[in-house]
Design a protein around this ligand. Structure first.
Ligand code: ADP
Ligand code: MG
Length: 360
C-alpha cells in the first residue's frame, strides 16, 4: 500500500515538473493581477513598462517602472500599454505579459507551458483579442482563453452567471468603466465608458488649478481622491493637505482640500457614470431587468471604493447596490475560478468566431 502511494507521489512530482500551473491574468488599465492555480494571487502590479527608447529594451515592468515615473533620463519612457481600455502598444503589452507569465512561474520553464485565462476590457476588437492571445502564446502559454472583464468580475463575485437570470456588474477601473448584465453565461447588455479613476484624477487636477491656481501631479490627485473623495455629504468632513506649484509665483504652495471640493470636482463625471448605468438598464430586456432589481447591482474595480458611490447609484436606480469584500481583485479571482472549471465557464469565454461590436 505504502509502496503504491510512494509510486503515485513520485509520478505526480515528475508530472508537475513537466506541466506548468495554470495562470489567470487581469489585464487592467491601472493594475495587472496574476493568479496561479493552487497558489492564489501571486502578483499585483501597476500596468506599466519603462522602455529605453535608444535601444528599444524594456528597463522595468510593474511597480519598478511606476517608481521611475518622472525620474528617468529623457530616453527612458514609462508606458501604460492599455490606454482608455484599449491596447495602445502591442509590443509593450507582449513584453509585460511575458514578464508576468515568467515571474508567475518563478522563471522555471516546463515541458508544457501554462494554460492562461486573460480578462480584457469589454468591447475590445477581435483583432485586439487575437493580439493578446498571440502575446501570451509567445510568452510560453500552451492555451489562451479570453474573458471580458465584467464577466470575470461577476464570476469572481460568485454571481450565478450560468443561470437563466440577469446579474449586473459595474467595474470601475482606471481607464474605463465596464457595465454589463449577464445571463446564461453571456453578456446580455454591456457598455464601456471612459469615465473611471483616471478621469476623476484629471477632474481633480483641473478643479484645483481653476479654484486654487495650483498645479498638482497625477499621483497627488490620485492620493487626494483616495483620501478625500465622497459623492455624498459626510457627517464628519474629510480634509487633505496637498502641495503643488503656484501658477502665479511658480513656487511650491500648500492648500487644504475638503471632501466638498472633491465632490464638486468630480460631480459632472459622476453624473455621466450614473447616466451610462441608466442607459444599460433601459436598453436591457425587461425580464433581465426584473432579475437585476431583485438581486441588486454589484460594483467592482478600484472605483467601487469611492465613498457613497454605491448608495448614490442605488438611489438613482432604485435598486440596491453592493460592494464585494475586495472589489480590486474580483476580475482576477474570476479568472482563477474559470481555470478551475473551464468546462463550466465555457460559454463565458470569447472564442475566435465571436464577432465584436466596438462601443463608444
Ligand atoms: P483597472 O482594472 O483599470 O486596472 P482597478 O480596478 O485596478 O483598475 O482600479 C484602479 C483605479 O481605482 C485607479 O484609478 C485608482 O485611483 C482607483 N482606486 C483605488 N482605490 C481607490 C479608493 N480607495 N477610492 C477611490 N478610488 C480608488
Ligand atoms: Mg479592472
Amino acid at each position: 500500500m505504502n509502496r503504491v502511494r510512494g509510486w503515485t507521489d513520485t509520478i505526480k512530482d515528475k508530472l508537475s515538473n513537466l506541466v506548468s500551473d495554470d495562470i489567470g491574468i487581469d489585464l487592467g488599465t491601472a493594475n495587472t493581477l496574476v493568479y496561479v492555480n493552487g497558489q492564489g494571487i501571486v502578483l499585483n502590479e501597476p500596468s506599466m513598462v519603462a522602455l529605453n527608447q535608444k535601444t528599444g529594451q524594456v528597463v522595468a515592468v510593474g511597480a519598478d517602472a511606476k517608481n521611475m515615473l518622472g525620474r528617468t533620463p529623457a530616453h527612458v519612457v514609462a508606458i501604460q500599454p492599455l490606454v482608455d481600455g484599449v491596447i495602445s502598444d502591442f509590443e509593450v503589452t507582449e513584453e509585460m505579459l511575458g514578464y508576468l507569465i515568467r515571474k508567475a512561474q518563478d522563471g522555471k520553464t516546463r515541458f508544457l507551458g501554462p494554460r492562461v485565462v486573460i480578462g480584457v476590457p469589454s468591447g475590445i476588437t477581435s483583432v485586439q483579442v487575437r493580439a493578446v492571445q498571440d502575446a501570451a502564446k509567445n510568452a510560453g502559454a500552451r492555451e489562451v482563453f479570453i474573458v471580458e472583464e465584467p464577466m470575470a468580475a461577476a464570476i469572481g463575485i460568485r454571481l450565478p452567471v450560468s443561470e437563466p437570470s440577469g446579474s449586473m456588474v459595474i467595474d470601475i477601473g482606471g481607464g474605463t468603466t465596464d457595465i454589463g448584465i449577464i445571463s446564461l453565461g453571456g453578456l446580455v447588455s454591456a457598455k464601456n465608458v471612459r469615465i473611471a479613476g483616471d478621469k476623476l484624477n484629471e477632474d481633480i487636477i483641473n478643479y484645483i488649478r481653476g479654484e486654487f491656481k495650483i498645479l498638482i501631479g497625477k499621483k497627488s490627485a490620485e492620493e487626494l481622491k483616495i483620501a478625500t473623495a465622497s459623492v455624498l455629504d459626510l457627517e464628519t468632513p474629510l480634509e487633505s493637505t496637498i502641495r503643488g506649484r503656484d501658477l502665479v509665483t511658480g513656487l511650491p504652495r500648500e492648500v487644504i482640500i475638503t471632501d466638498a471640493d472633491i465632490r464638486e470636482a468630480i460631480a459632472a463625471s459622476v453624473d455621466q457614470l450614473v447616466d451610462a448605468v441608466k442607459e444599460v438598464l433601459e436598453t436591457a430586456p425587461p425580464e433581465v431587468v426584473s432579475d437585476v432589481m431583485r438581486r441588486g447591482i454589484y460594483l467592482a474595480g478600484g472605483g467601487a471604493l469611492i465613498r457613497g458611490l454605491s448608495q448614490l447609484l442605488g438611489e438613482h436606480m432604485g435598486v440596491p447596490v453592493y460592494v464585494p469584500d475586495d472589489p480590486l481583485t474580483a476580475v482576477v479571482q474570476g479568472t482563477g475560478m474559470i481555470l478551475e472549471d473551464l468546462s463550466k465557464y465555457h460559454e463565458a469565454l470569447i472564442t475566435q468566431s465571436h464577432e465584436f461590436s466596438p462601443t463608444e
